[in-house]
Write a protein that binds this ligand. Structure first.
Ligand SMILES: Nc1ncnc2c1ncn2[C@@H]1O[C@H](COP(=O)(O)OP(=O)(O)OP(=O)(O)O)[C@@H](O)[C@H]1O
Ligand SMILES: [Mg+2]
Length: 250
């Protein structure tokens, strides 16, 4: 279980202190796919970067199965971080490495021996449907294929949590659907918790079980996807739902 408790993140900027995340409370149960939706600048990436241990909250705490992330240091923090995989909009692949070598990277960092990491990398390439492309370079792949490499790499060390930060934002609708199907398949096969950050209600509606809506650093609405779709309470949620419905009609 993931628990955000009164989480605040402030940044010092030239124009003063900017509060990117304001007192967020959110509980995510294991094995769920949770959509985190909101406009640009709402604080979504900041929130998940803290979960990934890439940033520390200014105040409040994030608990993963009861362990406070901020209390961990050094080896323990690295161990915990390995249990959280992250996928990004712009893939963040190494261009001089092949598909297989990209997938191998986190396994090398984790110190897995050569035979085991080769077996695991082949297994991951297969899981994401890229067995035929193991020796290709990122520049030779389509956007969807690049994101499949990103997903395989994120899953390398068997994480408990997968964070997808706008992973489909650079993809066309059809490829987006394929990637969402892949995330759903992974969620079902390995029971991983997925946090799906997106601008698109469509993505949340397709694979999410729970949704949290973020605005100006706060979670303004949360609930099951079915419930929030049927009875959106906040203006911003109504807008996201309406856009999704209009998209379907149009
Ligand atoms: N390192 C930083 N230093 C200063 N301000 C930051 C930093 N990171 C984020 N911010 C600010 O915090 C706010 C939230 O940013 P964040 O990236 O979390 O938004 P987001 O919801 O992920 O937006 P998008 O949909 O565009 O990715 C923004 O106003 C942003 O400018
Ligand atoms: Mg972001």
């Amino acid at each position: 279980m993931i628990q955000f408790e009164n989480v605040v993140k402030k940044y010092k900027t030239k124009n003063g202190v900017l509060t990117a995340v304001k007192d967020v409370n959110l509980t995510i149960n294991d094995g769920q796919i949770v959509g985190l939706i909101g406009f640009s600048g709402a604080g979504k990436s900041t929130l998940v970067r803290m979960l990934a241990g890439l940033e520390t909250p200014t105040s409040g705490q994030i608990l993963i199965n009861g362990t406070n992330l901020s209390a961990l240091k050094g080896y323990q923090l690295r161990q915990k971080r390995q249990k959280i995989g992250m996928v990004f909009q712009h893939f963040n692949l190494l261009w001089s490495r092949t598909v297989l070598q990209n997938i191998l990277l986190p396994l090398e960092i984790a110190g897995i021996n050569k035979t085991q990491r080769m077996t695991r990398a082949h297994e991951l390439a297969k899981l994401v449907g890229l067995s035929e492309k193991e020796n290709a370079y990122p520049a030779e792949l389509s956007g969807g294929q690049k994101q499949r490499v990103g997903i395989a790499r994120a899953l390398a060390n068997n994480p408990d949590i997968l964070i997808s930060d706008e992973a489909t934002s650079a993809l066309d609708p059809e490829t987006t659907n394929e990637i969402l199907d892949l995330l759903l398949k992974i969620n079902q096969e390995v029971n991983i918790t997925i946090l799906l950050i997106t601008h698109e209600m469509h993505a949340v509606a397709k694979v999410g079980s729970q949704v949290a809506v973020m605005e100006n650093g706060q979670i303004v609405e949360t609930g099951s996807v079915t419930e929030v779709f049927k009875h959106p309470k906040e203006q911003i949620t109504k807008q996201f739902v309406a856009d999704e419905l209009n998209g379907k009609v149009g």
